[in-house]
Write a protein that binds this ligand. Structure first.
Ligand code: UD1
Ligand code: UDP
Length: 378
């Protein structure tokens, strides 16, 4: 016991002794891992695995470059595919890496197929799983993300929630052990990179945009991209608004816009997906945001830009409660009304923490191993 009284020695030994294997694969996971990976590496040996779910220059490498994320130790290069195919291939390859690396813990982020595959591969090998962004629910099981979240949460030993709502959601499912609210790690990323974006991003100049004269849009959810009627309604609402709308289009959205042969109006500025710095800069300077992204809803809230969410429900209910976000689905009339009328009061809360989530999560991980070590020494 006395051996562990020296905290510094404990942390030093922890770094030598404990290996955390983090799994990322999709755009928002690179952003979330940027602040956390840097903190984790102060106390642990981190092995970073990229499943290869996202792979285009503007969907993956650009985030590693802009956010100085360490080169992944493994890139499984799984690529795109049907849900079963993609998740299955990930499981096969992740299992091999886990058997080889024998980590003490596997860390997964969010709700993608990479999250579900990572949690399942680890749990089957009896490796404890920590789920960052645990407890979020849309209560819509037709969303692939909802299935991935529920699965990851029910397989995890540490459930690291971004909000109190998420903690409550888990309680409703009977999960109370190993649950922590550590704030939102995307908030950390935003705080650090907002100023960097202001100084480095040239997107406003390149696109000849003046601040607060345009709207910013992103769309990538299956319910919008894979439903011709929904995508058509949204694009038609964009046309009728007559606003300048800057729309960095996700590859799946680009593909479906072509496939459906939808007529695109000249007020709609469709561009390739942008890097994180350009995304922050475009959002900060927009009048309003139109999106079906989870991350963008939160960023809009934190940046105090009114958000119009092109979905019927949201996991980030706090942004709606405060009046900064409205749910309009793919309803043309509701979209147009919100573009014209949404004007929230200047009222906000610290639902997402204070921007120190990465160090809080790392402390949770350190304490977890401390308790394990102490119980092994008793
Ligand atoms: C995935 C996640 C979603 C997350 C989103 C973040 C799942 C089920 N969905 O959705 O939760 O919000 O990432 O952006 O895991 N494609 C490319 N190049 C790429 C990546 C994708 O062309 O680099 C195209 C492919 O045609 C692919 C399609 O986009 O089939 C969809 O990609 P996929 O990763 O399956 O799902 P996302 O819609 O990106
Ligand atoms: N984002 C980006 N470039 C874009 C669109 C979004 O960097 O062209 C960023 C955005 O600022 C946010 C994150 O990607 O930080 C959100 O990821 P995404 O919308 O892909 O997934 P979700 O959050 O819905 O899971």
């Amino acid at each position: 016991m006395a051996w562990y009284n020296d905290a510094n020695k404990f942390y030093k030994d922890l770094k030598i002794m404990k290996k955390i294997l983090s799994i990322v694969g999709a755009r928002p996971q690179f952003i979330k891992s940027a602040p956390l990976s840097k903190e984790i590496r102060k106390h642990f040996t981190e092995i970073l695995v990229h499943t290869g779910q996202h792979y285009d220059q503007n969907m993956s490498p650009i985030f590693f470059e802009e956010l100085s994320i360490a080169e992944p130790d493994y890139n499984l290069e799984i690529g795109s595919g049907g849900h079963g195919e993609q998740t299955g291939k990930m499981l096969i390859e992740l299992e091999k890496v886990l058997i080889k690396e024998k980590p003490h813990m596997v860390l997964v982020y969010g709700d993608t197929n990479s999250t579900a595959a990572g949690a399942l591969a680890a749990a089957k090998l009896h490796i404890p799983v920590a789920h960052v962004e645990a407890g979020l629910r849309s209560y819509n099981r037709t969303m692939p993300e909802e299935i991935n979240r529920v699965l990851a949460d029910h397989l995890s030993e540490l459930l690291i929630c971004p909000t109190e709502t998420a903690v409550r959601n888990l309680k409703k499912e009977g999960i109370t052990k190993g649950v922590y609210n550590a704030g939102d790690v995307m908030y950390d990323a935003l705080i650090v990179n907002r100023k960097v974006a202001e100084n480095k991003s040239k997107i406003l100049e390149t696109m000849n945009l003046r601040p607060k004269t345009y709207l910013f849009a992103t769309i990538h959810r299956a319910e919008n991209t894979d439903d011709k009627g929904n995508l058509k309604n949204i694009i038609e609402a964009f046309r009728q608004s007559k606003e300048i709308i800057v729309f960095p289009a996700h590859p799946r959205t680009q593909k479906m816009l072509k496939e459906y042969n939808l007529k695109l109006s000249s007020n709609l500025k469709i561009i390739e997906p942008v890097g994180y710095l350009d995304s922050l800069q475009l959002q900060t300077n927009s009048k309003k945001v139109l999106t079906d992204s989870g991350g963008v809803q939160k960023e809009a809230y934190i940046l105090k830009v009114p958000c119009i969410t092109l979905r019927e429900e949201t996991e980030w209910v706090e942004t709606v409660d405060d009046g900064w976000n409205v749910l309009v689905g793919a309803d043309k009339k509701k979209i147009l009304r919100a573009i014209a009328d949404l004007n929230p009061e200047d009222k906000q809360h610290t639902y997402f923490g204070t921007g120190n989530s990465a160090s809080r999560i790392t402390k949770i991980l350190v304490d977890y191993f401390k308790v394990m070590s102490l119980s092994n020494h008793e």
